[in-house]
Ligand binder design. Structure first.
Ligand code: GDP
Ligand code: MG
Length: 271
């Protein structure tokens, strides 16, 4: 299972991945979120506007969890360079996003505020770039896509979490004959690319997280509602029923095979 988090830079991707790491390091302990004053460590993350992560990073330690059949599944976490920062071209961004989608079984598309039409357009561009490179005959080449909406502001209309997320998603991906053809095609295309698409609404983490220069990720500095939702989102990703083994062209693949695919995909983009 390869879990990737991708999207624009400085939107808390690496920050979130460090909660995944905490969970995976905790051996199923109930209070895996940790102590109130522990700094949040793992993938490099921080405030300010300079880019930290460059390209694709895979955490060096694989974790073992079980799926609902009781099989042991190896989990790899993947962090990506933010798309659309000032130092990368659109081609760089598309390559990083496409590669991370091709290599992951669970892609978390991290966006802020809402699912906007341009988020969908970027996603379409990136997945198309990936799909073409694959030259696969599978009708749905990619597995799970989670839209993760950060700083959701309208919980009274659509509640935080998966329920509010599925309401938003249904609205945004709805195909309506009155829509412009392009908008309809984009929606059809996304449904054809991913086997499962969901959405999760996250609250704002609080001002200390968003603005304080000396914030080191202490739970005591994070809003309670955010902690509740990070806990539930993380647990749902790794819940045995949701474990998605990476599958390429109909076969589940091993870690070793993943590396071979990685090399082969890179060659496509180097050409
Ligand atoms: P990345 O570039 O997407 O990997 O972003 P980072 O994980 O490095 O985080 C960038 C900044 O966003 C840090 O200052 C975090 O404290 C802050 N941050 C993390 N999560 C959130 C969130 O959900 N909302 C907001 N507004 N800020 C966040
Ligand atoms: Mg980062």
């Amino acid at each position: 299972m390869v879990v990737s988090v991708a999207g624009a830079y400085r939107k808390g991707k690496s920050f979130l991945l460090n909660f995944f790491l905490r969970y995976l390091n905790s051996d199923g302990k109930e209070n895996w979120m940790g102590e109130p004053n522990d700094p949040l460590i793992g993938f490099q993350w921080r405030g300010g506007s300079e880019r930290l992560t460059s390209g694709i990073l895979i955490w060096s330690e694989p974790y073992i969890i079980r799926n609902n059949k009781g099989d042991e599944v190896c989990v790899l976490l993947m962090d990506t360079q933010g798309a659309f920062d000032s130092q990368s071209t659109v081609k760089d961004c598309a390559t990083v996003f496409a590669l991370s989608t091709m290599l992951s079984s669970v892609q978390v598309f991290n966006i802020t505020g809402n699912i906007q039409e341009d988020d969908l357009q970027h996603l379409e561009l990136f997945t198309e770039y990936g799909r073409l490179a694959l030259q696969t005959y599978e009708d749905k080449p990619f597995q799970t896509l989670h839209f993760l909406v950060r700083d959701w502001q309208y919980p009274y209309q659509h509640p935080y979490g998966a329920k509010g997320g599925s309401e938003i998603l249904a609205k945004r991906l709805m195909i309506n004959p009155k829509q412009h053809n392009e908008l309809q095609n984009l929606r059809r295309h996304l449904q054809e690319c991913f086997k499962v698409i969901t959405c999760y609404l996250m609250p704002h983490p609080g001002l200390k997280v968003a603005t304080e220069r000396d914030f080191i990720g202490k739970l005591s500095d994070i809003d309670d509602e955010f902690k509740v939702q990070v806990k539930s989102f993380t647990e749902s990703i790794f819940q045995s029923e949701h474990v998605v083994i990476k599958n390429i062209n109909g076969s589940d693949i091993t870690g070793k095979e993943l590396i071979e695919y990685f090399k082969a995909y890179l060659k496509v983009y180097q050409g």
